[in-house]
Design a protein around this ligand. Sequence first.
Ligand SMILES: [Zn+2]
Length: 137
Amino acid sequence: MNQSDGSWEETPRCRQCNGELKLVKAEGPVETYRCVSCGFEVVGVVTPRLDEFIKSLGPRGKLRVRWGGKVAGAKETHALRQLAPDLQAKSVPEALALLRVKNEWVFEEITRSQAKDLEQKATALGLESSMEFPDAQ
Ligand SMILES: [Zn+2]
């Protein structure tokens, strides 16, 4: 039995012949590799650049939206459906059933400007909200 040291992950191998893959073309985050043995081509999207792009948008945080500790009713459901795409995608009875067992709706992994935007809308709809950012001052 071979003990893998994980180094194979760093050297992409050809699916056809297990030959060595060389980078032949890079267009933005899309990279094309070609097998040196058989010429088989693999196109991949490079994730580190996507990570960098996300990082460039600023730190991610949360916005908690609450409705005063009571059971969510039609009014709260209607208001939240305007804020959350997840709830918009559901029917009103489905959204209501989902919210009845919660006392807050948390928007996660959002940027500060998204949080501010959502906070303003939540306030306008009569909901309470609080932001949580790792570097909050
Ligand atoms: Zn090959």
